[in-house]
Design a protein around this ligand. Structure first.
Ligand code: GRF
Length: 218
Protein backbone atom coordinates (compact mmCIF):
# COMPACT_ATOMS: atom_id res chain seq x y z
CA UNK A 1 0.00 0.00 0.00
CA UNK A 2 1.47 3.39 -0.89
CA UNK A 3 1.43 6.38 1.49
CA UNK A 4 -1.28 8.96 0.82
CA UNK A 5 -0.08 11.90 -1.30
CA UNK A 6 0.74 14.98 0.83
CA UNK A 7 -1.84 17.73 0.71
CA UNK A 8 -0.84 20.43 -1.74
CA UNK A 9 -1.55 24.07 -0.94
CA UNK A 10 -3.54 25.93 -3.59
CA UNK A 11 -1.74 28.92 -5.08
CA UNK A 12 -3.20 31.65 -7.28
CA UNK A 13 -0.64 33.77 -9.16
CA UNK A 14 -1.28 37.37 -10.19
CA UNK A 15 0.79 38.74 -13.08
CA UNK A 16 0.99 41.85 -15.23
CA UNK A 17 3.53 40.85 -17.88
CA UNK A 18 6.18 38.30 -18.83
CA UNK A 19 5.45 35.76 -16.10
CA UNK A 20 8.92 34.24 -15.61
CA UNK A 21 8.50 34.16 -11.82
CA UNK A 22 5.10 32.50 -12.29
CA UNK A 23 6.82 29.84 -14.41
CA UNK A 24 9.55 29.36 -11.82
CA UNK A 25 6.86 28.77 -9.18
CA UNK A 26 5.03 26.36 -11.51
CA UNK A 27 8.27 24.44 -12.10
CA UNK A 28 8.99 24.41 -8.36
CA UNK A 29 5.54 22.90 -7.75
CA UNK A 30 6.03 20.33 -10.53
CA UNK A 31 9.44 19.28 -9.18
CA UNK A 32 7.96 18.93 -5.69
CA UNK A 33 10.21 21.67 -4.29
CA UNK A 34 7.10 23.64 -3.33
CA UNK A 35 4.36 21.53 -1.70
CA UNK A 36 1.64 23.28 -3.68
CA UNK A 37 -0.10 23.52 -7.00
CA UNK A 38 -0.98 26.59 -9.02
CA UNK A 39 -4.73 26.51 -9.51
CA UNK A 40 -5.15 29.76 -11.46
CA UNK A 41 -3.07 32.54 -13.03
CA UNK A 42 -4.86 35.90 -13.26
CA UNK A 43 -3.81 39.08 -15.03
CA UNK A 44 -5.41 42.51 -15.16
CA UNK A 45 -3.92 42.86 -18.67
CA UNK A 46 -5.17 40.60 -21.48
CA UNK A 47 -1.88 41.15 -23.35
CA UNK A 48 0.32 39.85 -20.51
CA UNK A 49 2.70 37.36 -22.15
CA UNK A 50 2.68 35.27 -18.99
CA UNK A 51 -0.91 34.22 -19.68
CA UNK A 52 0.21 32.32 -22.77
CA UNK A 53 3.09 30.76 -20.83
CA UNK A 54 0.60 29.63 -18.18
CA UNK A 55 -1.80 28.17 -20.77
CA UNK A 56 1.09 26.32 -22.42
CA UNK A 57 1.66 24.63 -19.05
CA UNK A 58 -2.00 23.67 -18.83
CA UNK A 59 -2.75 26.14 -16.04
CA UNK A 60 -6.15 27.82 -15.75
CA UNK A 61 -5.99 31.53 -16.58
CA UNK A 62 -8.28 34.52 -16.31
CA UNK A 63 -8.22 38.20 -17.21
CA UNK A 64 -9.91 40.66 -14.88
CA UNK A 65 -9.56 44.17 -16.29
CA UNK A 66 -10.06 47.14 -13.94
CA UNK A 67 -11.80 49.13 -16.69
CA UNK A 68 -14.68 46.62 -16.60
CA UNK A 69 -15.48 47.59 -13.01
CA UNK A 70 -16.92 50.76 -11.49
CA UNK A 71 -13.94 51.35 -9.20
CA UNK A 72 -10.92 49.76 -7.54
CA UNK A 73 -13.03 48.22 -4.82
CA UNK A 74 -15.36 46.48 -7.29
CA UNK A 75 -12.34 45.25 -9.28
CA UNK A 76 -10.66 43.82 -6.18
CA UNK A 77 -13.91 42.26 -5.00
CA UNK A 78 -14.10 40.34 -8.26
CA UNK A 79 -10.40 39.43 -8.06
CA UNK A 80 -10.89 37.97 -4.56
CA UNK A 81 -14.11 36.22 -5.59
CA UNK A 82 -12.42 34.57 -8.57
CA UNK A 83 -9.45 33.43 -6.50
CA UNK A 84 -11.78 32.01 -3.87
CA UNK A 85 -13.80 30.25 -6.55
CA UNK A 86 -10.62 28.33 -7.38
CA UNK A 87 -10.09 27.54 -3.70
CA UNK A 88 -6.93 29.67 -3.57
CA UNK A 89 -5.21 29.71 -0.18
CA UNK A 90 -2.02 31.58 -1.13
CA UNK A 91 -1.77 34.51 -3.54
CA UNK A 92 1.65 34.95 -5.18
CA UNK A 93 2.28 38.27 -6.88
CA UNK A 94 4.73 37.76 -9.71
CA UNK A 95 5.43 41.04 -11.48
CA UNK A 96 1.92 42.24 -10.53
CA UNK A 97 2.04 46.01 -10.95
CA UNK A 98 -0.90 47.07 -8.80
CA UNK A 99 -1.17 47.90 -5.12
CA UNK A 100 -3.75 45.85 -3.24
CA UNK A 101 -6.04 47.39 -0.62
CA UNK A 102 -6.40 46.37 3.02
CA UNK A 103 -9.85 45.00 2.16
CA UNK A 104 -8.41 42.62 -0.45
CA UNK A 105 -5.53 41.56 1.80
CA UNK A 106 -7.96 40.82 4.65
CA UNK A 107 -9.43 38.05 2.48
CA UNK A 108 -6.04 36.25 2.55
CA UNK A 109 -4.42 37.26 5.87
CA UNK A 110 -0.61 36.75 5.77
CA UNK A 111 -1.14 34.70 2.61
CA UNK A 112 -0.28 37.25 -0.08
CA UNK A 113 3.39 37.12 -1.11
CA UNK A 114 5.43 39.31 -3.46
CA UNK A 115 8.87 39.29 -5.09
CA UNK A 116 10.77 42.54 -5.50
CA UNK A 117 14.07 43.04 -7.38
CA UNK A 118 16.04 44.79 -4.60
CA UNK A 119 17.18 44.16 -1.06
CA UNK A 120 14.27 45.84 0.69
CA UNK A 121 13.88 48.25 2.35
CA UNK A 122 16.31 49.71 -0.22
CA UNK A 123 14.86 50.73 -3.58
CA UNK A 124 11.13 49.99 -3.29
CA UNK A 125 8.74 50.77 -6.13
CA UNK A 126 9.37 50.91 -9.84
CA UNK A 127 12.69 50.38 -11.64
CA UNK A 128 14.51 49.00 -8.60
CA UNK A 129 17.50 47.87 -10.71
CA UNK A 130 17.83 51.37 -12.20
CA UNK A 131 17.56 52.89 -8.71
CA UNK A 132 20.39 50.64 -7.45
CA UNK A 133 22.66 51.58 -10.37
CA UNK A 134 21.95 55.30 -10.06
CA UNK A 135 22.64 55.11 -6.33
CA UNK A 136 26.00 53.50 -7.01
CA UNK A 137 25.17 50.46 -4.87
CA UNK A 138 27.77 47.68 -4.99
CA UNK A 139 25.34 45.00 -3.91
CA UNK A 140 21.67 44.55 -4.65
CA UNK A 141 19.41 41.53 -4.73
CA UNK A 142 15.85 40.38 -4.40
CA UNK A 143 13.33 40.08 -1.61
CA UNK A 144 10.29 37.90 -1.08
CA UNK A 145 7.92 39.45 1.43
CA UNK A 146 4.41 39.17 2.78
CA UNK A 147 2.28 41.91 1.31
CA UNK A 148 0.78 44.70 3.37
CA UNK A 149 -1.03 47.74 2.04
CA UNK A 150 2.21 49.75 1.68
CA UNK A 151 4.61 49.81 -1.24
CA UNK A 152 6.95 46.77 -0.99
CA UNK A 153 6.84 47.23 2.77
CA UNK A 154 5.60 43.94 4.24
CA UNK A 155 7.51 41.45 6.46
CA UNK A 156 10.51 39.89 4.75
CA UNK A 157 10.52 36.12 4.15
CA UNK A 158 13.73 35.58 2.14
CA UNK A 159 16.44 37.59 0.42
CA UNK A 160 19.34 36.93 -1.88
CA UNK A 161 22.19 39.33 -2.55
CA UNK A 162 24.14 39.71 -5.79
CA UNK A 163 27.09 41.94 -6.60
CA UNK A 164 26.77 44.81 -9.05
CA UNK A 165 29.59 44.77 -11.62
CA UNK A 166 31.38 47.93 -12.78
CA UNK A 167 29.99 47.58 -16.30
CA UNK A 168 26.46 46.47 -15.39
CA UNK A 169 23.54 48.03 -17.22
CA UNK A 170 19.89 47.84 -16.18
CA UNK A 171 19.52 44.98 -18.68
CA UNK A 172 22.53 42.93 -17.55
CA UNK A 173 21.72 43.45 -13.87
CA UNK A 174 18.03 42.63 -14.37
CA UNK A 175 18.74 39.38 -16.18
CA UNK A 176 21.22 38.20 -13.53
CA UNK A 177 18.81 39.23 -10.83
CA UNK A 178 15.94 37.38 -12.47
CA UNK A 179 17.72 34.04 -11.99
CA UNK A 180 18.17 34.88 -8.30
CA UNK A 181 14.49 35.86 -8.11
CA UNK A 182 13.34 32.51 -9.48
CA UNK A 183 15.43 30.58 -6.98
CA UNK A 184 14.49 32.85 -4.05
CA UNK A 185 10.74 32.79 -4.73
CA UNK A 186 10.80 28.99 -4.90
CA UNK A 187 12.82 28.77 -1.68
CA UNK A 188 10.56 31.28 0.10
CA UNK A 189 7.40 29.39 -0.81
CA UNK A 190 8.98 26.12 0.24
CA UNK A 191 9.78 27.71 3.61
CA UNK A 192 6.36 29.31 4.08
CA UNK A 193 4.55 26.09 3.24
CA UNK A 194 6.91 23.62 4.83
CA UNK A 195 8.05 25.29 8.05
CA UNK A 196 6.31 26.55 11.13
CA UNK A 197 6.45 30.32 11.26
CA UNK A 198 4.70 33.35 12.70
CA UNK A 199 4.87 37.09 12.31
CA UNK A 200 6.16 39.14 15.24
CA UNK A 201 5.67 42.78 14.48
CA UNK A 202 7.45 43.28 11.20
CA UNK A 203 9.39 40.03 11.40
CA UNK A 204 8.65 36.63 9.95
CA UNK A 205 10.10 34.12 12.42
CA UNK A 206 10.69 30.54 11.38
CA UNK A 207 10.53 28.08 14.28
CA UNK A 208 13.62 26.22 13.06
CA UNK A 209 15.40 29.36 11.92
CA UNK A 210 14.54 28.97 8.24
CA UNK A 211 16.98 27.47 5.85
CA UNK A 212 20.26 28.64 4.35
CA UNK A 213 21.25 27.10 1.07
CA UNK A 214 23.65 29.57 -0.43
CA UNK A 215 26.55 31.62 0.84
CA UNK A 216 25.12 34.80 -0.57
CA UNK A 217 21.80 34.37 1.21
CA UNK A 218 21.18 37.12 3.72
C1 GRF B 1 10.48 40.86 -11.67
O1 GRF B 1 11.73 41.50 -11.71
C2 GRF B 1 9.81 41.10 -10.35
O2 GRF B 1 10.68 41.11 -9.27
C3 GRF B 1 9.22 42.48 -10.55
O3 GRF B 1 8.74 42.47 -11.89
C4 GRF B 1 9.50 41.53 -12.64
C5 GRF B 1 8.51 40.55 -13.20
O4 GRF B 1 9.11 39.62 -14.06
N1 GRF B 1 8.21 42.77 -9.57
P1 GRF B 1 8.31 38.34 -14.54
O5 GRF B 1 6.97 38.85 -15.10
O6 GRF B 1 8.12 37.45 -13.37
O7 GRF B 1 9.16 37.72 -15.61
Amino acid sequence: MSAPAPRLARIGVLISGRGSNMEALAEGCERGDIPAKIVVVISHRAEAAGLERARARGLATAVIAPRDYADRSAFELELARRLQLHGVEWVCLAGFMRLLSREFLAEFPDRVVNIHPSLLPAFPGLDAQHQALVHGAKITGCTVHLVDSGLDSGPIVAQRAIEIDEDDTVESLSSRLLLAEHETYTRAMRLLLGEEWSTEGRRVRFRRGGEKDSESDC
